[in-house]
Design a binder for this molecule. Structure first.
Ligand SMILES: [Zn+2]
Ligand SMILES: [Zn+2]
Length: 279
């Protein structure tokens, strides 16, 4: 479990094996490469893309909800894949004989989905080998309209009673998560790099796979994050989706060594001990 400035982030994430990131404070979880008991309670699941290590346990999430008498969850997916995801569930329904009720909802980049009156999430385009997107969570609040800054309480009351708007909506980034992407999926989005908390994939951490090869695979290399250090102004950077070739200890060591010290001090690594015989 990670505490990113008061926000809990937990889960499992090993590149090519399984990813599921739980964000209880943000009323959702991201990806279903594996089923984690606590994520069954999430009414909204945000899918970054349909690779098996991110979507392979979808049917288990759907089935567990049904078994526990919970309402169908909403599964947000990149636009264009919703038909295939529905078809996949339809085959499962035929095989399983159960209802397997689910709402599959395509959500395009930039369009907001309300999670709570004060919380929304917006997809952003990423660059992977299949349709993919990351997610930016934003807090929606109100503050006194700029035109009334410095006004007295009596004046504000007067304006309100006259039916004039005295508040304006303010939207503040809370956390962004990239999912699988090459570096463009991050560097193309200044608003994502500036989010106060950033969960970013870095599948490859050392010289066994070069940044150029990482790009061909549609992934980020740690050296590319190092090169972006000046723009990564987040207070907390959480690296996930590390290749199974790196042990947890090695992953932490490489991150500490290869990121500029100032960024490394703000960085943690989500490492899991799932280690099948991956190369
Ligand atoms: Zn993956
Ligand atoms: Zn992938």
């Amino acid at each position: 479990m990670f505490d990113l400035d008061g926000l809990e982030v937990s889960g499992v994430s090993v590149g090519g094996v399984a990813s599921c990131v739980d964000l209880p404070g943000l009323k959702s979880c991201v990806d279903l490469g594996v089923i984690l008991d606590r994520t069954v309670a999430r009414d909204v699941v945000l899918i970054t893309h349909a690779h098996a290590d991110h979507l392979g346990s979808l049917v288990q999430h759907v089935a567990q909800r049904g078994l526990r008498g919970m309402a169908p969850a909403t599964y947000v997916v990149p636009p264009g894949i919703e038909g295939d995801v529905e078809a996949l569930l339809e085959i499962w329904r035929r095989l399983d004989g159960g209802e397997l009720a689910a709402t599959i909802r395509p959500l395009p980049p930039g369009k907001a989905l309300q999670l709570r009156p004060d919380l929304q999430v917006r997809p952003f385009a990423t660059a992977h080998r299949v349709p993919s997107q990351g997610y930016l969570f934003e807090r929606v609040g109100k503050r006194l309209a700029d035109a009334l800054s410095g006004a007295s309480r009596a004046e504000i009351r007067e304006r309100r009673e006259a039916g004039e708007p005295v508040h304006q909506t303010v939207i503040d980034p809370v956390l962004a998560i990239t999912g699988d992407t090459s570096i463009a999926g991050l560097s193309d989005h200044p608003e994502v790099m500036a989010a106060p908390r950033l969960v970013v994939e870095a599948t490859f951490l050392d010289d066994r796979v070069t940044p150029a090869r990482a790009a061909e695979f549609g992934h980020i290399h740690l050296d590319q994050l190092a090169a972006l250090a000046d723009q990564l102004t987040c207070g907390h950077l959480l690296i996930n989706h590390v290749s199974a070739r790196h042990s947890p200890a090695e992953a932490r060591k490489l991150v500490a060594e290869r990121l500029p010290a100032e960024l490394a001090a703000r960085t943690q690594v989500m490492v899991s001990r799932i280690r099948p015989s991956a190369g």
